[in-house]
Design a protein around this ligand. Structure first.
Ligand SMILES: *[C@@H]1O[C@H](CO)[C@@H](O)[C@H](O)[C@H]1NC(C)=O
Ligand SMILES: *[C@@H]1O[C@H](CO)[C@@H](O)[C@H](O)[C@H]1NC(C)=O
Ligand SMILES: *[C@@H]1O[C@H](CO)[C@@H](O)[C@H](O)[C@H]1NC(C)=O
Ligand SMILES: *[C@@H]1O[C@H](CO)[C@@H](O)[C@H](O)[C@H]1NC(C)=O
Length: 548
């Protein structure tokens, strides 16, 4: 069973594992990694610096391609968990959900640990846990099947999770070794049954003349408070907090003073169709925060229509909503129906929910602890903004029928025409990967591959530009795949008509090659992203029609 992995062209693959069951698919260079009796490979961390992929699974952490460590649940917590009615085989185990880099020597890792979440440091030198577990409440979920997100920013862990055993108390928190936990208010107007999907930092602080702060953005779907609806209406959201937030002095003590949220719109207005469940988000960061584009995958709450969509958002538009948007407030309309309406009164100053900036510093407000109670009370009662975040082009970039997208990553590629193209990789709940290219404002699916053999859901998807690989985590294993399969196109026509920005026809070797592998001789390479195969040697390319 044990096979060595066939080395990929270029920088090679990390899944050259000697201890696991590695099955190399020679044709497509897809490698699988899984260990017997280990499941739920849902947490992935890439360290380009260490040249390693870390995988968090059920009761195990792996460093591919080197080592693994076990982290099981001891007798007592296991017993407590089963006494509370949870299953010993399923729930009362340790699902690793947090893997974050602390420094060159250590990772911070957390697991559900039989519904008593725990965190510990993993020493990379000998790949061992410190063995001094810390309370993981507010950092990691109790329930392995509950939605969850986390990001480490400058040594502080930001999480979106639940704070209690029942999973009924949602929380967006920041844990730092030197301060007490900063968190959201426990109130349905702040968070209402959220499903967290993603969080990341946008470094605005370094680039702004107004002295504004870096911000951490969270993406989730929650139950609407603002609309009257028969049953639960789901709403996709973007929320953000400021990195420098320290909480309030009296009001909002140890709570965010900068928590604001807005609706993410992904809809087809002309058809009155709304994609209202966000499943994953990828932030394509530019050199400047203004060049950043946020990509999200959505489906509709009414799943029977079988449509998935990709919407893209301009970071400038997001920032605009948070810095200038109108607030909403709870209004009690007749018969105790509560919904939310636009707040039309006078807004206190400084602007509620704003980060500390130079203007505030001039007013001697150098930290959130100095914010006036009026501002704090206001943001406590009005965390929701009325203005929604609209997608680029006012509609989805891509709509696909009969799939449920679960994951998304995006890479910006410079093609031979010297233009930059956003290449979108979306994973489905059936283990399929779609590759799409944004070309002249429209998106074309250029490739579809069955990444996971047993049609399971892709639970996590990462992209490494360095090794030009994708890594997909699922319940039964991890898969590594190249970002392009140019070699499968055997003729110049097929190669060019694929309209894949990674691929070009090499006249010298008469093969379809990856332009990033090819020696720098663009003269001998043929690529045409509008699918014009006329430049192919025989010249008959254009008559061969093929739709993408
Ligand atoms: C873990 O994997 C098992 C086996 O594939 C699956 O049945 C289960 O739903 C997974 N659990 C979670 C919490 O993802
Ligand atoms: C985002 O919007 C700003 C302002 O409207 C514009 O200058 C910028 O080009 C846009 N960026 C993208 C990636 O669309
Ligand atoms: C800020 O504090 C300084 C020193 O305490 C004081 O002189 C100044 O008047 C204060 N400015 C404002 C706007 O309150
Ligand atoms: C998508 O997911 C929904 C809800 O889980 C399911 O009912 C539906 O069959 C799925 N559709 C496809 C095409 O997989």
């Amino acid at each position: 069973m044990l096979k060595r992995f066939v080395k990929l062209r270029g920088t090679g693959a990390w899944l050259r594992i000697i201890f696991g069951f590695v099955i190399a698919n020679n044709l497509f260079h897809i490698t699988n990694f899984s260990e017997p009796d280990i499941f739920n490979y849902s947490t992935l961390l890439l360290s380009e610096k260490k040249d390693a992929l870390y995988v968090g699974a059920r009761e195990a952490i792996f460093e591919l391609s080197k080592k693994n460590v076990q982290w099981t649940v001891a007798q007592h917590p296991m017993m407590m968990c089963t006494l509370k009615g949870k299953s010993k085989e399923r729930d009362c185990l340790n699902y690793i959900r947090v893997l974050q880099v602390v420094d060159d020597e250590r990772l911070y890792v957390c697991g559900t640990h039989a519904f008593q979440p725990q965190c510990d440091y993993l020493n990379l030198a000998d790949f061992s846990l410190d063995g001094r577990p810390e309370d993981g409440r507010g950092k990691c979920s109790f329930d392995p099947s509950q939605s969850f997100t986390t990001v480490m920013v400058d040594g502080e862990l930001y999480s979106g999770t639940a704070y209690n055993f029942l999973g009924s108390e949602p929380i967006i928190s920041r844990y730092s070794p030197s301060q007490s936990l900063l968190r959201t208010e426990y109130s349905t107007s702040w968070l209402n049954e959220p499903s967290f999907v993603f969080a990341d930092v946008i470094r605005e602080g370094t680039n702004r003349v107004d002295g504004d702060d870096d911000k951490i953005y969270y993406f989730f779907t929650e139950v609407s408070v603002e609309y009257e609806f028969f049953g639960k209406l789901l709403i996709p959201r973007v929320a953000r907090v400021c990195k420098g937030d320290l909480g309030g002095q009296r009001t909002l003590q140890k709570k965010w003073t900068s928590f604001l949220k807005a609706k993410l719109v992904c809809s087809m207005p002309e058809l009155n169709f709304v994609f209202n469940v966000v499943h994953d988000v990828f932030i394509l960061k530019g050199a400047d925060w203004r060049d950043t584009v946020i990509y999200g995958v959505f489906t509709s709450q009414w799943g029977n229509v079988g449509l998935s969509a990709v919407c893209a958002y301009n970071m400038t538009a997001v920032e605009e909503v948070f810095s200038k948007g109108k607030y909403m407030q709870k209004a009690t309309v007749e018969q105790s129906h509560t919904k939310w309406v636009r707040y039309n009164g006078i807004t206190p100053s400084p602007r509620p929910g704003a980060c500390i900036n130079n203007l505030m510093r001039q007013q001697n407000i150098s930290s959130s602890l100095h914010l006036p109670d009026k501002t704090l009370q206001f943001v406590k009662d009005h965390p929701l903004l009325e203005d929604p975040v609209l997608p680029i082009g006012n509609g989805p970039r891509l709509i696909t029928k009969d799939v449920n997208y679960t994951q998304i990553v995006v890479e910006r590629v410079r093609a031979l025409d010297q233009n930059i193209y956003d290449v979108i990789f979306t994973g489905t709940d059936k283990g399929v990967l779609h590759k799409s290219v944004v070309f002249e404002g429209e998106v074309h699916i250029v490739e579809e591959i069955q990444l996971l053999k047993n049609s399971e859901s892709i639970k996590n998807l990462l992209l490494s530009s360095e090794t030009r690989s994708l890594y997909a985590g699922s319940d039964s294993g991890v898969v590594q795949s190249p970002t392009a399969f140019c070699g499968r196109y055997l003729s110049c026509d097929d190669c060019v008509l694929a309209r894949d920005p990674y691929c070009a026809w090499d006249l010298h070797t008469a093969a379809c090659v990856n332009i990033f592998d090819a020696p720098s001789k663009p003269n001998g390479l043929i690529q045409s992203l509008n699918g014009d195969a006329d430049k192919c040697p025989s010249g008959k390319g254009s008559t061969c029609s093929r739709t993408t």
